[in-house]
Design a protein. Structure first.
Length: 214
């Protein structure tokens, strides 16, 4: 008769020091990551947001604005929620779009068309639009050019073209199909009617002025 069978020997696995150290490092790194995430979530700022479309020059109302709590990068300039009353009643210096944060530079207390100025709308075809985006406040020149068919007279003129100084108040988006952009330009009240006549005759071109306005 066979004797009792001895149970198999089970040897305890020895944990290598390197594996233990790596495990501890991963746990520590995970803890640091969670701590950083908690700090980012907790360090939030209440800011003013845009909830409705506001066109350039329109007065901003309280209904156009909202509030949100966000983790704000220090480099981002946004109106704090506590300063909401200070921007209500001001005019939009740029087009305000829903879902965006409101920056202090996007509103102004000044009218975009000043006393003694007139607003001249100018339609530009795609080939006439500068590659540089037109933005409110940008200085431009309105240049009078000969009408089609009037330039081929066989005579050359050394006279400088007539120009009118202006300032962009608003530039629309390109119209579907035609691509035409309408630019509202503020000119002096004396020059406004002449600029409008150039627009009607199709003899006006818009060029960007130097950054310093010279």
């Amino acid at each position: 008769m066979a004797g009792p069978v001895a149970p198999p020997r089970v040897s305890a696995r020895r944990r290598r020091p390197g594996v233990i150290a790596l495990s501890l490092a991963l746990i520590a790194a995970g803890g640091v990551g969670v701590a950083v995430l908690l700090l980012q979530v907790g360090n939030r700022t209440d800011v003013v947001t845009v909830v409705r479309d506001v066109q350039v020059g329109e007065i901003v109302t309280e209904g156009d604005l909202g509030k949100a709590s966000v983790a704000l990068d220090p480099a981002v300039k946004a109106v704090r929620a506590g300063d909401l009353d200070s921007v209500v009643g001001r005019r939009a210096a740029v087009e305000l779009k829903p879902g965006s944060l409101l920056a202090p530079s996007q509103v102004t207390k000044d009218s975009l068309v000043k006393a003694g100025e007139q607003l001249v709308p100018i339609g530009l075809e795609p080939k006439q639009i500068p590659a540089t985006a037109l933005v409110p406040g940008q200085k431009v020149q309105l240049v009078h050019v000969p009408a089609q068919g009037a330039a081929d007279t066989g005579e050359k003129s050394d006279a400088a073209p007539q120009t009118i100084d202006g300032r962009v108040v608003k530039a629309s988006s390109a119209a579907p199909g035609t691509g035409i952009v309408v630019v509202d330009v503020a000119t002096s009240a004396e020059e406004g009617p002449r600029a409008a006549a150039w627009v009607a005759a199709g003899t006006l071109r818009l060029v960007l002025a130097a950054p310093d306005g010279s």
